[in-house]
Design a binder for this molecule. Structure first.
Ligand SMILES: Cc1cc2nc3c(=O)[nH]c(=O)nc-3n(C[C@H](O)[C@H](O)[C@H](O)COP(=O)(O)O)c2cc1C
Length: 134
């Protein structure tokens, strides 16, 4: 099992309707390909944890990379695991900005959020903490 975490910036015209589209398609496709994970969105920045068979994760990231609904993607890290972290979530989603900020501060000790500066371990901790309060 491989996990990959990336961050990206939403495109200017990525609104609620666009998000619903992304989540609906992603849920269906992820179920089909055995991908699980969690997407965090603070209104501007995405932070996405995906896990599954290595080849499926690489293929999905390749698709996501070419999606015009976001830009400036940065891989924060990848890992190989024996077990899934989000086995029950084909596409978890969380967009509570104040909770994101609060949890970010707790994990990094920093007040100015800079998602791109997180390392893999911090990003994984942030996402798994947030998944518990969805
Ligand atoms: C932030 C973001 C996250 C996405 N996450 C997923 C995902 O987890 N699974 C997925 O299948 N598509 C996801 N997509 C959509 C893909 O980029 C792509 O549009 C979708 O897989 C359909 O691809 P297809 O038209 O080649 O079938 C995401 C897009 C964005 C912008």
């Amino acid at each position: 099992m491989k996990s990959l975490i990336y961050s990206s910036h939403a495109s200017e015209d990525t609104d609620l309707n666009v998000l619903v589209d992304i989540l609906t398609i992603a849920k269906k496709k992820n179920e089909k390909h055995g991908i699980t994970g969690m997407l965090i969105f603070d209104g501007k920045i995405f932070l996405h944890y995906i896990e599954g068979e290595p080849q499926k994760v690489d293929q999905l990231y390749h698709n996501i990379q070419h999606d015009s609904r976001h830009h400036s993607l940065k891989i924060l890290g990848t890992r190989l695991h024996e077990y899934r972290l989000f086995k029950d979530w084909s596409m978890g989603y969380m967009n509570n900005s104040s909770q994101i900020l609060k949890t970010y501060e707790k994990i990094t000790g920093r007040m100015e959020p800079d998602i791109n500066a997180l390392d893999y371990r911090q990003a994984q901790l942030l996402i798994s903490n947030l998944s518990k309060i969805v």
